[in-house]
Design a protein around this ligand. Structure first.
Ligand code: ATP
Ligand code: MG
Length: 165
């Protein structure tokens, strides 16, 4: 473990807005209904890693959800916890794979698009470095995937620890 080099006050809403045009373009091309709910100020963290984290999750949702589907990003601060949920109504991740997809290079056998299998492994590193949690749950209506990230808005100490990737 080592100290996170770039810990600072991160405006997640701003960071999300900077990526929104790209997501909307991809969603429009695929005829995916992209919804967003974001309502928060700032959190302590590494802006580059947090951008990558959210980008990876939304990228997965847009990539694995077939045309005509729905993808939703929710980012809210509830008390001192930042909640980031990325939901889709795509093929879903079977329960017995929900831990393994966080392993490097692990992809589902029927993963339709190309990829290296690193996105979720990196996401988990980043979440760990920020002392948070990440989990895959079924989507609310039983179909699809919801990835839930929970991050402390304030660091426990002045210095954020990070696992090196
Ligand atoms: P990379 O992100 O490195 O380009 P990748 O998307 O294959 O490649 P991960 O993001 O780590 O790698 O995802 C691992 C696997 O989990 C994917 O290959 C896919 O099988 C499955 N997966 C991830 N997100 C979803 C999702 N939203 N819906 C369905 N399957 C998913
Ligand atoms: Mg990915």
């Amino acid at each position: 473990q080592h100290l996170m080099a770039n810990a600072s006050s991160v405006d997640l809403a701003k960071l999300i807005d900077e990526m929104l045009d790209d997501w909307l373009r991809i969603a429009a091309e695929k005829k995916i209904d992209f919804g967003m709910q974001r309502d928060l100020s700032t959190m302590a963290g590494d802006p580059t890693l947090l951008r990558e984290l959210i980008a990876n999750l939304v990228d997965n949702a847009l990539k694995y959800t077939p045309a005509g589907g729905q993808v939703t990003l929710r980012c809210e601060r509830v008390a001192d916890v930042v909640e980031i949920d990325v939901s889709d109504n795509g093929p879903g991740i079977p329960e017995h794979e929900r831990e393994r997809v966080f392993e490097r290079f692990h992809r589902l056998p029927d993963a339709p698009a190309t990829g290296s299998g690193l996105g979720l492994a990196i996401a988990r590193e980043t979440v760990g470095g920020h002392r948070g949690s990440i989990a895959i749950v079924g989507a609310a209506d039983g179909e699809g995937t919801c990835v839930q990230v929970r991050l402390p808005a304030k660091p426990a100490t002045a210095s954020l620890a990070s696992r090196s990737a």
